[in-house]
Ligand binder design. Sequence first.
Ligand SMILES: *[C@@H]1O[C@H](CO)[C@@H](O)[C@H](O)[C@H]1NC(C)=O
Ligand SMILES: *[C@@H]1O[C@H](CO)[C@@H](O)[C@H](O)[C@H]1NC(C)=O
Length: 424
Amino acid sequence: MASAGNGGGGALKRSMGPLRVQYYIVMGAVAAAVVLATLRYMPGPAIPATAAAAASTTTTTSSIGGGVVRSAQAAAAAAAEEEGEEQAQEEGRKKKRKKGDGVVLFNFGDSNSDTGGVAAVMGIRIAPPEGRAYFHHPTGRLSDGRVILDFICENLGTPHLSPFMKPLGSNYSHGVNFAPSRAPRPRRELPPSRWTCRWTSEAAPIDEKAFPDAIYTMDIGHNDINGVLHLPYHTMLEKLPPVIVEIKKAIERLHKNGARKFWIHGTGALGCMPQKLSMPRDDDHDLDEHGCIATINNVCKKFNSLLSEALDELRLTLKSSTIIFVDMFAIKYDLVANHTKYGIEKPLMTCCGHGGPPYNYDPKESCMTSDKYLCKLGEKFISWDGVHFTDAANGIVASKVLSGEYNIPRVKLTSLVPKAKSDD
Ligand SMILES: *[C@@H]1O[C@H](CO)[C@@H](O)[C@H](O)[C@H]1NC(C)=O
Ligand SMILES: *[C@@H]1O[C@H](CO)[C@@H](O)[C@H](O)[C@H]1NC(C)=O
């Protein structure tokens, strides 16, 4: 990873100043480290090659139970119109944004917080119905709307973060999103330098003070656990500590370079994901009272407790830092266990998938293929595509993240924001 440290050229230094170059290179390297750590045990791609191919062809999307039926082409045309609408929403947020002044967020994670990075770098066309519930057109996010990070940005009064791989129109004045989706395998081979060169060519109006004041968020664990699930239970558990070590090192590296505020999300309840539940099993003895796979959830809980312990250690060793652990498992498991409270009828079923109940998930088909089984617009689902959450679910999760109730220590994200000239 260290080799990325010399990646900046002379022209780059002139345009950005030495300090910024240093930070960007460090963060690019950390992003790469986090990515590589999370890809190490990664199984096959979540977006099958056929899905990417299908995404670029015109398909007619039908939906079950009287939902919207429209062609991808029509959707694309509509998307152009709706772009204006989105801009208007962005304007509205800008007005409220006074409180967001001075907030800078750097996010490291997987597809659960990707705001379009992988689609941009891989040239993958994410097609409708992706984005249908909120943006009304695909944005590169693997969801029908916003990811948790988007809600967090909204709450802080900042714009949605630009993915750092997005070549055009990115605005990094409030931070950068380094999160990649679970992309097809080739990106595993991307050398770390590729992660730093792209965005350093962008003008980034973040001043020196912004780096220690910035909030460094990580949303991790899903891919690591995914990658070990084929192993016997005790072997799975043995694979976790090395991943935690990588995460710890990444945090230490950021701290060494001035980062002070860390906001770390653990992994969710993967054993409740339709993708996992639809895997063939001999019998149901491993299902818990809510229908989730107990063994997988135990691995998730173990990962989170190791992560939380590592953060406890870091709090003692990293001077003047604030390190928050967010128990995503508790938040996401509550969503399943208490689903009716949240207006969700089928907590274990995918909104956009294949095969219908009980899980509506087929690993060989994606949400973007033509014969999908799509839930009604407005019907509340947790899972959008069997792996990623819906806009509705992400909104609930985000409000819990922001409540501080599930955090160690129990502080709110807003308390990490530097006191700005606020007028509201
Ligand atoms: C980026 O966003 C900030 C804050 O919203 C804004 O002031 C600035 O003009 C934007 N820069 C560009 C190049 O759009
Ligand atoms: C479900 O909600 C109740 C009441 O809020 C809470 O006590 C319980 O812990 C929740 N269950 C889970 C699994 O989170």
